[in-house]
Every structure is written in C-alpha cells, then in structure tokens.
Design a binder for this molecule. Structure first.
Ligand SMILES: Cc1ncc(COP(=O)(O)O)c(C=O)c1O
Length: 446
C-alpha cells in the first residue's frame, strides 16, 4: 500500500513535507531550513508568513467568502482593479481577474479575438508568439508557448502559434553586433515571421518582456519591445505582454514594460500579484479593447467560477498595501544590484556558469561545457536539474529553466523583501553548490 494518495510531479521521488514558512525561509517536518531563492515558482514575492495578509483574508473570509461575478460585484475586486490600473502604464484602465497565469493568457487570447470580432474582423483570430516561451499549461496557453519540452505530448490538440525567434543575445547576436543593431534585427525577424502568417488573419502577438522559465531570464536588447510595439501598430495587430513572472515589482518596477516605456494592449499578471497567498491572476486591458466590446455585443469574454472572488482579491490588496508601506520595489532594486554583483563574481570563478542576466530581483544564468564555444551540456545530463538538486541539499531553492538542447539555465528570484544578510547567505549557499558542480564530469572544461 503506497503511503500517499497524492500524485507528485516525479512519482518516484520523495518530497520533504513543508511545515511552515517565515520570511525568505521554509521549514520542513524534519526540521530542515531552506532559503527560498526562487519564491517557489517565482511567486512568493513578499516572503512567507506575512501576518497582515492572513489577517486581511480572515476578515474577508468571515464577511463573505464567495460571490459570483454574473450576480454581484464586490468591493475588494473593485478596489484591486482601481489600484492595478492606476499603477499600470498608459490607458490600461480595465482589469479582469482569473485564478492562474494560464487562465490569464487564455483570457487575453479570447479578449484579443473578441476585440476584432466586435469591430467586424472575425477573420483575425491567430495569436502568434515566439520560440522559447511559456504562457501556461492549459491547451490554449500551451498553443501560444514555444516550449519544445512541454508541447509534444499534445501535438495535434495544439495550434502551431509560436513562429518567431526570441531576443536572446548570448546565443543569437552576431559577433561584434551592437545592442541596437541586434534589437533591430531580432524585432525584424519576428516581424517577418508574423508577416509570413498574413497579418490580416492575426489578432495579436504575445510575448514575455523578459523570458522567464522557458529561457532562463532572457532580457531583450534595449529598444526591442518598442520596435515590436511599432510593428504591431503598423500591421494592425494587438500586442499582449505576458508579465506573469515579470509583473508586480519583480524587476524593480511594477511592470517590466514600464521600464521600457512600452504599453501593450493587454497585460497579463499572476504569481507575485497575490505573492502566493491566494491563486489570483489578472489581465489588464487598454480602453480600446473594452470600448469595442461596449459598442458591440456588450458582453466580456467568459471567465471562470473563481474570477474576481472577494477573498483572493482581498489578499492581493493586502499584498499591495504591504509592498507600498515597506517600499518593496526600492529593496528589489538595491538587493538586485547586490545579487547581480555576487553572481558576476561567482561566474568569474566558475567558467561553466555563463551569461549572468536579469533585472531587479529576477536573475538567471546558464551552464556551458566550454565558454569559448558556448556549447550547452548534453540534454541527458540535465545540468540545471542536477544543480537545483545540489542547491536543495545545501538548503537553497533555485528554479531550473531553459529548454534543452539550446540551453540549461537556472533562475534566482527570491522574495523582494530579502535583506542584505540573506542575499549574502544565498550567494554563499550558491557558491557551495557551484563548487560541487565543478566536480561533475560533464562540466569538466577542456
Ligand atoms: C510567463 C508565464 N506565463 C504564464 C504562466 C502560467 O501560469 P500558471 O502556472 O499560474 O498557470 C507561467 C507559469 O510559470 C509563466 O511563467
């Protein structure tokens, strides 16, 4: 008789049982302590065990826990929509709430298609994306994802939406190509791929302003996102930014797109929105999207049972209050600079640790077997997973990323509330784990 009825991600593996969380630390039932260097899956952005959030959720739970959006609106959802649209750039003046990042990107997909249908262009229904991207695991979201590892099992059920290359300077920029020249070329290549699909049939393109788990934090060259905005305007297609990872302060700005001064037509957020205290995600929309619906059918694209539920939205409001009161974005920038400096120093000692890249408190690097040729370790070695397991032994949680065979990467994105001493501890644990990695045959440098 197995001792568990819970299906785990890796069925033959034994997982520790978490007992409690406090700040950047998690504790298991064996008394082990882990520094949560990835916020789980880039989610626990204000740390664990914050009493104020629990308090706000308790108050809402005991007032009214659930109402349904076709019957009632509720104050926490109204307030959260106001707060988020005030933080968002441009005329992203509308919000719709869902319960996961996948639901958010699928809602954005439906909203983009609805927009064109409402203004008389039902033929515009494709949502194009890029290779090396991830927008979620439901079949519409996976259709938009250029994720070679996750797509094959569902082949015939998926649309072939990812068409363009990502902006990925370490692997795709030409020797001596300037940042600006690469930004122009990468944007032109994506645009050419979109044009080849006949823009008159395309509703939108979707992209992560900084590619998270699919690429191991790929920061585009300056000017790339603005060029994609111009291309969308020229081709008359909508621009969707998936900021499920990068939104809500992760990059030291409320949104990664704010830093670039680019306003998408639809903006998806999740993960850090509730900082893990409740399953909530959202889509922010520009006026033109909602005006088209308002002047057309008057009916928004459908949502889900838990869309905009009062407990989830109350949790997000409490997270926002906490972030503003504690100046969490300032901390993200300061601790991000400290983490970057530490990572660069480690990379100078471990040549198999390549291309340290990131912004704010979202950092990644990838493994190479030869820094001169930039050859990635063979997929059979699972370098990123081996490293993540090594870190776990040291009591540090980091996130495996990248898509083999192109890259084997690791993401670091601790809670935005991390202190300077805790960043030092994170770097110390990382350096111990890297030391153990240097003994692995497949990383033995020539
Ligand atoms: C960029 C991005 N979009 C969407 C999703 C899907 O979010 P969820 O797992 O909450 O459905 C993820 C999840 O990792 C993500 O990283």
């Amino acid at each position: 008789m197995p001792d568990s009825a819970l299906l785990k991600q890796h069925v033959h593996r034994t997982y520790p049982t978490v007992m409690r969380g406090m700040g950047v630390f998690l504790f298991d039932t064996e008394g082990r302590r882990y520094l949560d260097g990835s916020g789980g899956a880039m989610t626990a952005s204000i740390g664990h065990g914050v009493e104020e959030i629990a308090g706000a959720m308790y108050v809402q739970l005991s007032t009214v826990a659930f109402t349904y959006r076709t019957q009632f609106t509720n104050q926490p959802a109204e307030d959260l929509a106001r707060r988020l649209t005030a933080l968002a750039p441009g005329d992203l003046n509308w919000a719709f709430f869902v319960s996961s990042g996948s639901e958010a990107t699928e809602f954005a997909m439906r909203a983009a298609i609805a927009y064109w249908r409402e203004i008389g262009h039902p033929e515009k229904s494709k949502i194009l994306g890029r290779q090396l991207s991830y927008h979620g695991m439901t079949l519409g979201a996976l259709s938009m994802s250029g994720h070679a590892a996750r797509r094959p099992d569902y082949g015939s059920l998926l649309h072939p939406f990812p068409v363009g290359p990502p902006a990925y300077a370490y692997r795709y920029a030409r020797p001596a190509e300037s940042e600006d020249a690469y930004a122009e070329r990468a944007a032109a290549e994506f645009e050419a791929a979109v044009v080849a699909q006949d823009p008159s049939t395309v509703a939108a393109i979707i992209l992560e302003p900084i590619v998270g788990a699919a690429g191991g934090v790929l920061v585009p060259p300056a000017g790339y996102l603005a060029r994609m905005r111009e291309a969308c305007d020229r081709l008359d297609i909508l621009l969707i930014f998936d900021e499920v990872i990068t939104g809500m302060g992760r990059t030291g700005e409320w949104f990664a797109s704010t830093g670039e001064g680019v306003v998408p037509d639809l903006l998806c957020i999740g993960k850090g929105l509730s900082a893990g205290y409740s399953p909530v995600a959202a889509v922010l929309m520009r006026d033109r999207i909602v005006e088209a619906i308002s002047m057309g059918s008057g009916v928004a694209p459908f949502g889900h049972t838990f869309s905009g539920n009062p407990v989830g939205t109350a949790a997000c409001l409490a997270v926002l209050d906490f972030m503003e009161a504690q100046d969490v974005l300032d901390n993200a920038r300061a601790r991000g600079a400290q983490l970057e400096a530490g990572l660069r120093e480690l990379a100078s000692k471990h040549p198999f640790m390549a291309d340290v890249r990131g912004r704010g408190l979202l950092w990644g690097f990838e493994f190479v077997v030869d820094p001169r040729t930039r050859e990635a370790p063979a997929p059979r070695h699972n370098a990123a997973s081996v490293f993540v397991d090594e870190c776990f032994k040291w009591g540090l949680i980091v996130y495996p990323a990248g898509i083999a065979p192109l890259n084997n990467a690791v993401v670091l994105c601790p809670p935005l509330t991390i202190t300077a001493e805790e960043v030092d501890l994170l770097l110390y644990l990382l350096s111990q784990s890297l030391g153990a990695m240097s003994a692995k045959d497949f990383l033995a440098l020539p």
